[in-house]
Design a protein around this ligand. Sequence first.
Ligand code: FAD
Length: 473
Amino acid sequence: ALQLCWLRNDLRLSDNHALWHAREQGPVVVVCLLCPTTWQEHADAPIKMDFWLRNLASLSHDLQALNIPLRVLEVPDWQDAPEALLQLADEIGSNGLHFNDEYGIHEQQRDDAVAATFERAGRSCQRYTDQLLFEPGSLLTQAGSMFKVYSQFRRLAYRELHRSCPPCLPRIAAQDQAPCASDPVPTELADFRASDSQRALWPAGEAAAAERLSLFCEQIMADYDAQRDRPDVDGTSRLSAYLTGGVLSVRQCLHAALTCNQGEFDSGQAGAVSWINELLWREFYKHILVCYPRVSRHRAFRPEMDAVPWRNDPAGLQAWQHGKTGFPILDAAMRQLLATGWMHNRLRMLSAMFLTKNLLIDWREGERWFMQHLIDGDLAANNGGWQWSASTGTDAAPYFRIFNPLTQSERFDPQGDFIRQWLPELAGLTGKQIHQPIKADLFNAIDYPAAIVDLKQTRQRALETFKSLGDSA
Ligand code: FAD
């Protein structure tokens, strides 16, 4: 019988559980929904949705070669999904729907509503774990609860991976049926546009993702452990956007790393081990999202931290958002984000810590701003990263460990090359001056703002605020 496979953030033909199992059961029609109202409500960045659409166009092309039709339906809101999918199933005469699980309260509500609608109509609906190595809730402490500490979660994850490592499923095969037309994929959507130069940075499609993964494994992974904190070096995989859109799976990443490391997870080449560790952080935050639903509701992971008296400082927030803090490393980082949709991990931490500690501005403001601009915007990882930096999360940085952007700048961008790339107005400064230009600029000749805060004073303010909270909690 004809199977309907609903793809979302899993736009690939290889190692795709829903698509593979649907195809095993008969000829398949693939469906995707365009939901601009929901995307806007979730603050999804234009560059991210433009990338998703370009990946969909590439998938459509690949599906055509396999004689698998793609239907593209526009339903403004996820609430309209159950009806739209059931109607399509009726129209094409399909009895079964397949999709891969997605995480977050809204995603789960949407999927439960679709499953219930199909069930009521006497249709089957099959769901798969695909985005993760382990189903959330399947790795628990001995007491049966979700871990709150990453290293403990990782220990169990390693044990399970040693016992049985999830394999990659093969790419699906062509189907032998009368050719049937696919719906066109729009080349762009209003409110979700990216510039040509942004598009050029992120080539779409499964083949492009596979190419970047090979390049990373062959040329970058060996030095990953040593270079991963250096924004001035191309030292990380830059695969996050492909993982977020599901153009690449975590299993494909894991197996590529294992191949480079003689099949070892937690020993052998430091680069591979360290990279697998990051894939497990991704896993951890998604498990946290499911097991602690308050995180999905924009609440602090540690409930007592919802009482932090965050400052209302529109001018400070604006300066941070637009790269005008007067701290070159932070401003360069923000310009990188606004121009490319991506920011280096070390800078995401620095930037988040500055907003939540030195400016004492609510982490949710920063979380939203990042989401509105990241091409890899992912609720679990973004929320996890923000709550870590704000000391409100699992495993969070202790409140008294506050990064100093100047010393971090000297340490991780030692020649200032990263700063120079994004702040050309400082290109003339040499040596250490680049990290703190105001000290060098005796005659105010450089068009660059003065630092908006005194690091020492604001650090002290944050320490007192967080300490008093700890005392009263
Ligand atoms: P690599 O270093 O090559 O790592 C490989 C993969 O592991 C990444 O692609 C990503 O999927 C995963 N990963 C790496 N670090 C983390 C981490 N700390 N948490 C979860 N997964 C991780 N990552 C996102 O994918 N989406 C986000 O919206 C996001 N927001 C963040 C916000 C803040 C404040 C912080 C501190 C971190 C955030 N991260 C986010 C995590 C991390 O910064 C990015 O995954 C990483 O920079 C992506 O670059 P890469 O692909 O080169 O990573």
